[in-house]
Design a protein around this ligand. Structure first.
Ligand SMILES: NC(=O)c1ccc[n+]([C@@H]2O[C@H](COP(=O)([O-])OP(=O)(O)OC[C@H]3O[C@@H](n4cnc5c(N)ncnc54)[C@H](OP(=O)(O)O)[C@@H]3O)[C@@H](O)[C@H]2O)c1
Length: 245
């Protein structure tokens, strides 16, 4: 664990992950929309763990600014060994089902921005033949449900994109980790009804750290979601389409 870029660093899960990485002595660059919050985080992590932490502003929807942001982040880190993509936006379903602009925003933030930011980083890691890419995807991306299928489509797309990156980079010494998260107690899920088996950001960060010691692959977090999703995927479409999910 050396020089790591965290995208969406103000996310509750990414904050917990930043603490774990910092404890391991990583040099960090925190990317996000809220620069003043990132500066507070960087100062706090720097003092708490005695490491070097920098930050910079990146808006997922401002695609034209991504290249410059990455240049600055990589230039500041001097070298890069890992990237975590934690940016995410749940939206206000059911609005996205009927409003194309709202749906586009979900796809842009969760999927298009991931591709725009990760593609150049994948090229760098591939060339150096070392490092990792970790993407925070969701079990929502495994099967379309009427309650959140636009977000699900974006996360499903992200999972497929990470599958492809892993297939490309496996032989190049670069680890690609897909975390398929179940429900986590964060700002994103605050006040939502119908949540169950909710994990804490600290739990997720600990498990995410463990996956970095394992081979490239897809990891359900917490692990029991693997079984739940296996069952959900096995429900025949003729039955699934009638369920109110
Ligand atoms: N919580 C769950 O149950 C759950 C389940 C499955 C997957 N996930 C995924 O886990 C990741 C972290 O989510 P979280 O639960 O920790 O939620 P969160 O606290 O709401 O974090 C979302 C992050 O995305 C950032 N973001 C949103 N729109 C952005 C934009 N246009 N440009 C740049 N950054 C933007 C937010 O920045 P601001 O702080 O500036 O808003 C924040 O850092 C997300 O990818 C989410 O989809 C979460």
């Amino acid at each position: 664990m050396k020089h790591v870029l965290i995208l969406g660093a103000t996310s509750s899960i990414a904050r917990a992950m930043a603490s774990v990485f910092a404890r391991e002595g990583a040099k960090l660059f925190l990317g996000g929309r809220d620069l003043s919050e990132l500066e507070h985080m960087a100062a706090d992590l720097g003092i708490r763990y005695g490491i070097s932490v920098h930050c910079g502003r990146v808006d997922a929807e401002d695609f034209a600014a991504h290249e410059k942001f990455l240049e600055n982040a990589i230039g500041t880190l001097e070298e890069i060994h890992g990237v975590v993509f934690a940016i995410g936006y749940l939206g206000e379903q059911p609005r996205e089902s009927t409003d194309p602009a709202a749906a586009r925003k979900i796809i842009n933030i969760n999927l298009s921005a991931a591709i725009s930011l990760l593609a150049p980083l994948a090229n760098i890691l591939e060339e150096q033949g070392d490092g990792f890419i970790m993407g925070l995807s969701s079990v929502a991306g495994e099967r379309g449900r009427q309650s959140n299928y636009v977000y699900g489509a974006a996360k499903g797309g992200l999972s497929l994109y990470l599958d492809g990156l892993r297939n490309r980079l496996e032989s190049q010494g670069v680890k690609v980790i897909t975390l398929k998260l179940g429900f986590v107690d964060t700002e994103m899920t605050y006040g939502q009804s119908g949540l169950f088996l909710v994990a804490s950001p600290a739990q997720v960060a600990k498990l995410a750290w463990r996956t970095l010691q394992k081979p490239s692959g897809i990891y359900y977090v917490p692990r029991f979601w693997r079984i739940i999703m296996l069952v959900i995927r096995m429900i025949p479409e003729s039955v699934f389409k009638r369920l109110k999910l």
